[in-house]
Design a protein around this ligand. Sequence first.
Ligand code: FRU
Length: 419
Amino acid sequence: MQEPDFRPLAHFTARDTWLNDPNGLLFHDGVWHLFFQNNPHGSVWGNMSWGHATSADLLHWQHQPLAIGHEGPEAIFSGSAVVHEGRIAAVYTSAYDDGIQAQSLAWSEDGTTFVKDAANPVLDRGSTGFRDPKVFRYGGSWRMVSVEADERTLLVHSSDDLRTWTQVGSFSDEPGVGIWECPDLFPLLLDGQTHWVLLLSVQDATGSRVEYRVGTFDGERFQGGPARSFDTGPDVYAVATWTDAPDDRRVLLGWMAQPTYAGSTPTGPWRGAMTLPRDLALARQGGEPTLVQTFSPEVTSVFTREVTDLPTACLVRCGFSGDASWEFGAGQDVLRIAVESGELVVDRRRSGIVDFHEEFARETRVALPEGVEGFDLFLDRCSLELLAGPSSVTQLVFPTEPYREVRTDGSATVRVLDR
Ligand code: FRU
């Protein structure tokens, strides 16, 4: 039997190799740069390097040559990119064979080829869990947030030239088990007031997820409220936002995966996909500033042609008043989404290929936010992303053939790419 081709249409995947975290998201000279954790030699995690792709519209991506390759004892872990004195600086974690993780720099004049800084690593604490630098402008200088992953601590460093760094603050939670990874910290406006949002990817015995906190940041200290769930589905991790996006937008991309089974998903030779780009905003929910995600307009503005049958990639607007269900199917496969007694249910137990890992065939239930009477669902061959007010649910599915029809007692308007 021929293997199904799970390659999505609107989601970024590596050409024929492994992909994990988005890295170095930077908008520069009209180009959206997407670097990503990549194994240039295989379909599983390893030989970590920065792959690269560029886009003019966040939907069509051009593969670019490998940007920063693993070399000798040094693997290239996650990080960010900024423009400093006319050049692109990639700030990444050097993960050395002896276990030490430290922060390093690579420079690019042309946005494609990178040269490592002779002073690397530029920030070394002799630690084995110090990684994932996110650099941003604050006042007249640079800040870097990074994690001591095993200590569940966020570190804040300051620099003028990206080479010399001084620690100016730190943030940690009540003690817990698990690790912190991939921090991002940025301001968002709500009712004319600036709030700082801290995103963290968290791994513990219950699995991996993204959490966020809304708080204040004075250039040194972050103070925030309790951790809240960024997405209640199992398959989004290591999210990051673009630096220097136009119009003060805060555009996010995540790795659409659950690390426990990311290496066993039934695709190949490519493995791993990004989420759709999502614009972030704050809205008040029960008095609290709450993160709200929408699919970026670059995507929704071209998925506009109404159809009745489901194609490989489509945006489905689902409406309901009271309980309702939507069954997406092809052959024996059924993906069931339902609203039941104030809960949103996503049941992928019969959605297609589910037996590649014991944790995959699960049903997800989350409380539906009050006042929500519809949701946007983006289906794209091997994934679904559901946005309902302040809730988002991201899940992988591997139907043996693309879902063809939807049966519902609610409403469903299906839109496809109009180009
Ligand atoms: C998150 C992560 C990062 C690290 C990278 C290595 O998925 O573990 O903490 O930098 O992946 O690939």
